[in-house]
Design a protein around this ligand. Structure first.
Ligand code: BGC
Length: 722
């Protein structure tokens, strides 16, 4: 439809019909999905009339081709103007084929495969009737206590922006294709920086910090053409995001020219009352609509109060029309006016969803997301003729999909024990539970010890259950539960090599595990094909190549600990650890246990011959940087060569390292490869104290290596521009 046609449609709508378009409700409000009593219960609770529900513009969390078709048909049969309903859901890391959690996908440093995963997730959910996904979540994170770190790709603004773009491309493609979804980037803004890592807590930071670290990944999504943005629950500079005019109208719409749909997070308009930023729902509605929030998710502030606010002249009806237009434009882009059922098709749904081809991509992404954290004496890969004892609460666990796998079926996931059994010689695997996630009994210990004694190597599958991360899953103690640490101690007594496989949704404090184990494999929540992927890594069919995108702290006492930190005026010289008046802890190293970019391979890569094309960079002349990388082991492997810089004297203090690029090299044993980077003046720009975005002439250092800690280095100067 043309804009004129849509405006014409809006002109025919009553104020109540317009406001209902701004209301989003869950599936149980809609006929055909639930019994009468369940429909009327929540309706009464929210004070909604049937008219409001039957004219509401979008629905949350409903899927299944036939159900969606029924709801859409029944909705349209009652619609005066024939405006179709839009179906939205949280398709975060897959629909039925579940991919590894986003923090794991980040560890792959493989944006192409990430894009592919989003394309598959879009296809599976589109045929099941969904039009919009509440993804990608691109909040930058530095605090592993926060449960939602599992939903992000980590602590680096550059890498997060690359993934943000990849996910948006993967979900949306060309929206004319009914197998794609509109994406909704979230949670704008800075939801990933809650004080103390406690979910929904206060966020407070300087505007410079916000712009430099937290905003780039949302902006990248907007530049990539994301159709929707979701507000966050938190305050930004003291004002709840959902009522924050400067953030929404100022930065998002005026500065970034975002003209898509802005949706609140679940109840976040109403929650302005609890924040202390609105006296009642009416004031909350007023603040949100002025800030430019188009859709209100799951609270009725808009439907109850916007009509009166318009009638009293406090809110201009043009503001409502503007929001309705954006919503109708999205419905139109999705092709819903011509085909309200879009891709929903029960037959195709059966063919497409969880098909072999999709599972294969999930498997591949899982193998690329699993990070080898330690491997002393090459205990891994498992030798063919060795007897293996697989022990632990995750040895045969189905809980490997991770939080936000709403439609994923746990029972369909490939379990580690089953996959390993298929791969090892008959009779070479014994299994024991050893402990529960939180409990341990003498009988479990006894059985585990017996299994261990019969074997040459112990593989211990430990972790957090999925509900220990995700939304509302913040923790203050991020060690493994005590029962599992006790199990490690018992098995350590056996004196056999110990390889630990970890299932978890956040960087953990690995006290009680890391030093005790000979090898540690970080499997995250690896998704539908997780067991197969881990087993293939354990037996060496796949050589691990993933790299951490979030630092693993020594303990929570260090948090936040992240790689792109400042040096301080009194940096600790590691050789003079006894010095007192320097920036350090007296009971812990400053460095994290495992830094950003870190990950091992079964082979070893040797770096040499770092070359920079010139000692001086100019605005016109970028530098070419190269390094030789040799595979000095006996297995083929993939190395992720990383380029970092440090601006030595900034207008404001600059981080010790900033990632500027990376190159993957696939090298056969003995082969030498060359990683080549280009670095231009543009990549040296940042927000100065007056918020201007520019570079500083002067001295820089660059670093190239296999992670943010172990690097070769050189210096160069940026010439002053005339
Ligand atoms: C979460 C969002 C999610 C929404 C809808 C909220 O609680 O913060 O990320 O998209 O629920 O399910």
């Amino acid at each position: 439809m043309t804009k004129e046609q849509l405006l014409d449609l809006i002109a025919q709508m009553t104020l109540e019909e317009k406001v209902a378009q701004l209301l989003q409700l869950t599936a149980n409000f809609h006929e055909g999905t639930d019994s009468e009593s369940q429909i009327t219960g929540p309706m009464e609770e929210m004070g909604l009339t049937e008219g409001m529900v039957s004219a509401s513009g979008s629905v949350l969390g409903l899927s299944g081709a036939q159900t969606v078709i029924d709801v859409q048909k029944s909705y349209l049969s009652k619609s005066r103007l024939g405006i179709p309903l839009m179906f939205m859901a949280d398709v975060v890391h897959g629909f039925k084929t579940i991919f590894p959690i986003p923090l794991a996908i980040g560890s792959s440093w493989d944006t192409e495969l990430a894009e592919k995963s989003a394309e598959i997730a879009a296809k599976e959910s589109a045929v099941a009737g969904i039009h919009v996904t509440f993804a990608p979540m691109v909040d930058l994170v530095r605090d592993p206590r926060w449960g939602r770190v599992m939903e992000t790709t980590g602590e680096d603004p550059y890498l997060n922006s690359l993934f943000s773009r990849a996910f948006v491309r993967g979900y949306q493609g060309d929206l004319k294709d009914p197998d794609r979804l509109a994406a909704c980037v979230k949670h704008f803004a800075a939801y990933g920086a809650p004080e103390g890592g406690r979910d929904y807590n206060t966020v407070d930071m300087s505007e410079r910090n916000l712009r430099e670290y937290y905003l780039p990944a949302y902006r990248a999504a907007v530049e990539e053409g994301v159709e929707m943005v979701m507000t966050s629950f938190n305050t930004v500079d003291g004002i709840p995001a959902s009522g924050n005019e400067k953030l929404m109208r100022g930065i998002l719409r005026d500065e970034w020219n975002f003209d898509g749909v802005l949706i609140s997070d679940w109840a976040s308009i109403h929650e302005m009352i609890a924040h202390g930023a609105a006296e009642d729902d009416c004031e909350a509605a007023y603040r949100a609509i002025r800030a430019g929030v188009d859709i209100e998710m799951m609270t009725p502030c808009y439907v109850h109060h916007l009509p009166a606010l318009v009638q009293s002249g406090k809110v201009d009806e043009a503001m409502i029309d503007e929001a309705v237009l954006r919503i109708l434009q999205l419905k139109d882009k999705l092709g819903l006016f011509e085909n309200p059922l879009r891709a929903a098709d029960p037959e195709r749904e059966r063919e497409v969803v969880f098909c072999e081809e999709h599972r294969q991509v999930s498997y591949e992404l899982a193998t690329k997301s699993i990070v080898l954290l330690k491997n002393e004496n090459h205990v891994l890969p498992l030798a063919q003729d060795k007897k293996v004892a697989l022990i632990g609460p995750f040895a045969q666990s189905e809980d490997i999909l991770g939080w936000w796998s709403c439609e994923g079926v746990k029972e369909d996931a490939t379990k580690l024990g089953t996959a390993l059994e298929e791969r090892l010689q008959a009779g070479n695997l014994v299994m024991a539970e050893g402990s529960g996630v939180h409990s341990i009994t003498p009988e479990q210990v006894e059985e585990a010890l017996q299994a261990a004694q019969q074997s040459d190597i112990i593989v211990l599958a430990l972790g957090e259950e999925s509900a220990m991360s995700g939304e509302g899953g913040s923790r203050t103690d991020i060690r493994l539960p005590e029962a599992q640490l006790a199990l490690v101690k018992h098995l350590k007594q056996v004196g056999k090599p110990l390889a630990v496989v970890l299932f978890n949704g956040r960087p953990l404090d690995l006290h009680g595990v890391f030093d005790e184990a000979d090898a540690v494999v970080e499997a995250w929540f690896p998704g539908s094909e997780g067991g197969a992927a881990i087993a293939d890594i354990l037996i060496g069919k796949v050589n691990p190549s993933a790299r951490l995108t979030m630092s693993f702290p020594q303990s929570v006492g260090q948090v936040p600990v992240y790689y792109n930190r400042f040096n301080t005026g009194r940096p600790l010289d590691p050789k003079k650890n006894e010095e007192r008046y320097v920036s350090k802890y007296i009971d812990s190293p400053n460095e994290p246990l495992l830094p950003f970019g870190y990950g091992l391979s079964y082979t070893t890569f040797e770096y040499s011959d770092l070359r920079v094309s010139s000692e001086e960079m100019t605005a016109e002349l970028p530098l070419t940087i190269s390094v030789q990388v040799k595979n000095i082991g006996v297995l083929a492997g993939v190395e992720t060569v990383q380029l970092y810089i440090r601006d030595i004297s900034g207008d404001v203090v600059r981080p010790l390292r900033e990632l500027k690029g990376y190159v993957k090299l696939e090298l056969a044993p003995g082969e030498t490869g060359k990683a080549v980077f280009t670095l231009s003046e543009e990549q040296l720009r940042y927000h100065h104290s007056d918020l201007s975005f520019k570079s500083d002439p002067g001295k820089f250092q660059l670093f190239v290596g296999s992670n943010s800690r172990d690097t070769l280095t050189q210096s160069f100067r940026l010439a002053a521009s005339n």
